[in-house]
Design a protein around this ligand. Structure first.
Ligand code: ADP
Ligand code: MG
Length: 668
């Protein structure tokens, strides 16, 4: 199963249905009156695998640990216990197992027999030993219980007004059920941590030499510049004493004058000046601080972490070939993004750094071979990397620069447990950069757990960034009219146009693309049921312009960078408004303008209000039907609140209520 299907499962339904039947009151639109005008005024508007470096760190760790059961690598460590003790390990509703798994990073399974059972501990030897030790602590004591384990570096504390305030670590709220001596466990955990990170080479992080021109900038000038540049806001999230926030750089020289090879690369690719996120992120990251970068898609976030990362890796005191593994790890949600970041990395080919992409669906053997043959940068999806990590095929101990790219997306895709396990194996004093296009609670929690006293740079507002370089058209239509709209749109495409068509389900992607093929139109499709090589080919064909129409599921909605997409066509409305913003962001990239067309049906009424909000903020026209739809939805919600019993009632009850009010279709 691919990482993408993990998210969507069997049911890739776009939007939940409204609970009423209704008659569309949108303007009846026939094929003939669909004209190009509403599609917008065009775009006007080297490490040896078996060598001593590779193995030594694990052997050394084993030596210092207590002589407990030695599992063969790659196999479960088994503890046989009688059933009463097994019960303790499980805890109420599995709560203790979950705590043990989280605490150790291992996966634990129970096989119960009549009188006794087995506790199977999976994972690399490190985490197995840790879990084994915790279980022994647990079953060997019977003292006071304590309700919570807090992960991460900060305690949840009381609610404050800081950017963290909505990020109470709910994940740690597990009910107390067994008598666990948490104090002892915590102390032992501390001991393990100390042993685990003993003998690490020292880490250098600060490589920033502020140029005179940057240092001279006055507070007022900097404030005005931030405002002009998409309202950049920078915040120091260190609690207690706040640090000075570095001034932005306006030019590439101001950031990298001391690093001529970086400058050569920038000149070679021909960029004129840093994007706003780069201007403000580079001084922060080069100073060695952790950073959270929030900015809409297509604003150059990749380069904002890659270039300082190159310098960081290059200037460590231990030479690259003596570190025993890669120095930079970039975690990213999808294979396509991983490949794109790899391309970006290779484009700059800094000092011959070798990078590798590790993702589910790719050739695992080939990936392992490369990983174990010595690389500097690993770009990975969390699922596959966790798999290699659990099987001791990758050494994360050498990582000093960690990037969580598109963190919001990784959370949406359910990667949090894998991320957590991966990070447990990375030295705690590393430098960490996290990027995201949005700042929801989950991302705050992730940031709070894995970043240390970060600075935050966000471009635009903390809310959804409305894509303002895209002319957005919304059409309220009926489901059965959709195909007519898309065919008409395609017929009216200009030769230089390139359209990305988003659909809600894989099957619709297949259906629509075969319909188009049958009409002799060259089209490619991209979704999670396609083989990886077909997905890569589809994307390449689209990038190179061999096809100018790509039909895709939300697999393509984030981060993908195809410069010349002129139109985004939302055939199905996305399942949430964030996805809408990401989809629309596929056009209007890197300062260009673009056009989006979105079909909205009565099924999508739930999101009408939020869509209006986005359109208004981006100064776009809001169709009246959409306003009416949002009003009807609000009214419906209010009715539900006023008559909760009826709204929970079955079909018969609802039918009676609707008849009483003059019929359900009054709503639409
Ligand atoms: P994001 O991660 O924010 O969605 P990307 O990092 O993928 O955006 O960048 C989008 C595109 O902009 C890429 O093709 C990248 O090469 C280009 N780009 C990055 N920095 C600059 C710059 N300073 N000037 C012009 N283009 C840039
Ligand atoms: Mg990106």
């Amino acid at each position: 199963m691919s990482d993408w299907e993990d998210e969507y499962g069997e049911d890739e339904g776009a939007i939940s249905e409204p609970s009423v039947v209704h008659k569309a009151t949108s303007k009846a639109t026939s094929n003939t009156n669909i004209r190009n005008e509403y599609f917008g005024g065009k775009r006007g508007g080297k490490v040896e695998r078996e060598g001593p470096q590779w193995r030594n760190w694990r052997e050394r760790d084993r030596e210092v640990k207590s002589p407990v059961e030695r599992p063969a690598s790659n196999r479960a460590l088994t503890l046989n216990l009688d059933n009463s003790l097994i019960g303790r390990v499980i805890g109420r509703g599995g709560a203790t197992i979950r705590e043990l798994e989280q605490s150790s990073g291992a996966r634990i399974k129970i096989n119960r027999g009549e009188h006794e059972g087995e506790v199977l501990i999976f994972g690399n030897s490190d985490v197995q030993q840790k879990a084994n030790h915790l279980i022994k602590e647990l079953i060997g004591t019977g003292r006071a219980s304590e309700p919570r384990l807090h992960y991460g570096s900060k305690s949840s504390g009381s609610k404050s007004d800081s950017c963290w305030s909505e990020s109470a670590p709910q994940a740690s709220a597990v009910s107390p059920s067994t008598s666990i001596d948490w104090k002892a466990i915590r102390e032992n955990r501390g001991k393990y941590e100390a042993l685990k990170w003993k003998d690490l080479p020292p880490l250098k992080k600060n490589f920033y030499i502020e140029s005179d021109s940057v240092a001279k900038r006055s507070t007022d000038e900097v404030r005005a510049w931030r405002k002009e540049n998409n309202n950049i806001f920078v915040d120091d999230l260190k609690e207690e004493v706040k640090r000075e926030i570095p001034n932005p750089v306006y030019t590439f020289e101001e950031a990298f004058a001391c690093y001529p090879e970086i400058m050569e690369n920038i000149i070679r690719v021909g960029f004129q000046k840093p994007t706003p996120i780069q201007s403000q992120a580079w001084p922060v990251i080069l100073s060695g601080l952790d950073l959270i970068g929030i900015a809409q898609t297509g604003t150059g976030k990749t380069l904002s972490y890659l270039l300082p990362g190159f310098i960081h890796m290059d200037l460590q005191s231990v030479p690259r070939d003596k570190r025993g593994g890669p120095g930079m790890l970039v975690l990213t949600p999808t294979r396509e993004l991983a490949l794109q970041i790899e391309t970006e990395c290779n484009k700059y080919s800094y000092k011959g750094f070798k990078c590798i992409c590790v993702y589910g669906g790719g050739d695992r053997r080939a990936q392992i071979k490369i990983v174990t043959s010595g690389v500097d940068i690993v770009i990975a999806t969390p699922g596959r990397l966790n798999d290699l990590q659990m099987n001791e095929l990758i050494n994360l101990r050498s990582i000093t620069y960690l990037v969580l790219d598109e963190a919001d997306r990784m959370l949406d895709m359910g990667f949090e447990p894998q991320i957590m396990k991966i990070i447990l194996d990375i030295r705690p004093d590393r430098q960490t950069v996290m990027t995201s296009a949005t700042w929801p609670t989950g991302v705050r929690r992730l940031a709070k757990s894995y970043l240390k006293d970060p600075m935050m740079v966000y471009v635009g507002t903390l809310d959804l960034a409305a894509v303002d370089t895209v002319q957005q058209t919304v059409l309220v239509v009926q489901e059965e009219e959709k195909k007519a709209y898309i065919f008409d749109f395609i017929q009216n495409m200009e030769p230089e146009d390139k359209v990305l068509i988003f659909v809600g389900k894989k099957i619709v992607a297949d259906d629509l693309s075969s319909d188009l093929c049958l009409r002799g139109i060259a089209v490619q499709s991209l979704h999670g049921d396609r083989e990886q090589c077909d997905r890569e080919e589809a994307l390449q064909d689209f990038k190179d312009g061999r096809v100018r129409i790509l039909v895709a599921t939300d697999l393509a909605s984030r981060g993908l960078d195809v410069h010349d997409i002129s139109h985004v066509f939302n055939f199905d409305f996305p399942r949430n408004i964030e996805e809408y913003v990401h989809r629309v962001g596929r056009t209007g990239r890197a300062g260009r303008s673009g056009v989006s067309v979105t079909l909205v049906t009565r099924e999508d009424w739930k999101l009408a209000g939020e869509l209006i909000h986005i359109l208004e903020r981006a100064g776009q026209e809001v169709p009246e039907e959409l306003v009416l739809m949002a009003e009807r939805y609000d009214k419906h919600q209010k009715e539900k609140e006023m008559f909760p019993a009826q709204s929970r009632g079955g079909r018969a009850q609802r039918g009676a209520r609707d008849r009483f009010r003059g019929g359900s279709h009054r709503r639409f």
